[in-house]
Design a protein around this ligand. Structure first.
Ligand SMILES: C[S@@+](CC[C@H](N)C(=O)[O-])C[C@H]1O[C@@H](n2cnc3c(N)ncnc32)[C@H](O)[C@@H]1O
Length: 257
């Protein structure tokens, strides 16, 4: 099994690292070191110079996006889960994502849509789109050799006219500060679900007004608050660490009769 260049989690007694196997190199921490060439398969246990076992395995989606190097702030997994439900997408949906950023949401959407759906992802920054593409390619290459088929649109939202894509979207999902700029050049003409992730309630208030003005219905605003629990023999209680606020979600649907 050739594991050179594979993406792995290195789980030590005190830390979790995301790394790429480089056969001619060593992995060094203050808990001990080992040679990558000591990894014969994935998953495996590798004993370090200090006699400690490190676990080496392929990352889950959550581990990958939380440990990966980021550019723009990512959407946290707890919010990704709710976005998928609110956007009502399935594996054959056609989705327009606005704000590719670091690609954390793009990766999840693509994993869902890749076989029979279609994903377009718009961002005004080429650098961020390259990063998003790298995020997807890097993660998926752990599991298969497929080429990534996301259509990246490099455009400022206020200049974007989605008719140019000649596609009927089932959902539009945004993570940009001013999602209402979409309506500068676009009018919704088919049934569609809209979901926006926005950090500040003032943005939600503005988008809510615009969605009403554009005849969207069933507008819902929510916040996902997730509390981890510690379960250890006699200690069973909520963790004292809490990511208290990430962003609000606003969802709505437009029905074309
Ligand atoms: C917070 S990031 C998105 C993060 C992404 N959802 C993730 O999970 O990794 C926002 C992105 O939107 C892009 N953006 C912001 N305003 C924009 C606009 N008006 N038009 C196009 N892209 C925009 C930025 O370049 C940035 O990459």
């Amino acid at each position: 099994m050739n594991i050179d260049n594979q993406l792995v989690v290195i789980n030590t007694p005190k830390n979790k690292y995301l790394s790429v196997v480089e056969n001619n190199k060593e992995f060094i921490t203050n808990e001990g070191k080992f040679k990558f060439s000591d990894i014969k398969k994935i998953p495996s246990l590798v004993t370090t110079s200090t006699g400690v076992d490190f676990q080496i395995y392929s990352p889950t989606y959550k581990e990958f996006v939380l440990l990966m190097k980021r550019g723009p702030q990512i959407i946290y997994p707890k919010d990704v889960g709710q976005i998928i439900v609110e956007s009502n997408i399935n594996n054959s949906s056609k989705v327009l994502e606005i704000g590719s950023g670091s690609g954390a949401l793009t990766l999840y959407l693509y994993s869902l849509l890749k076989n029979s759906g279609k994903l377009y992802s718009l961002d005004s920054s080429k650098i961020n789109q390259r990063r998003a593409n790298k995020t997807i390619t890097r993660y998926l290459s752990t599991y298969s050799k497929e080429t990534v088929d996301v259509t990246f649109i490099n455009e400022e939202l206020s200049n974007f006219n989605f008719k140019s894509l000649d596609e009927k979207f089932d959902a539009i999902i945004t993570d940009v500060p001013e999602p209402w700029d979409f309506f500068i050049k676009n009018t919704i003409e088919n049934s569609i679900v809209w979901v926006s992730y926005l950090p500040s309630i003032t943005q939600i208030i503005r988008l809510n007004e615009i969605l009403l003005e554009k005849n969207f219905q069933d507008i819902e605003v929510k916040e996902v608050i997730l509390r981890d629990w510690i379960v250890e023999e006699k200690i069973v209680r909520p963790s004292n660490k809490l990511v208290s606020h990430t962003g609000f979600l606003i969802s709505a649907k437009y029905i074309k009769y």
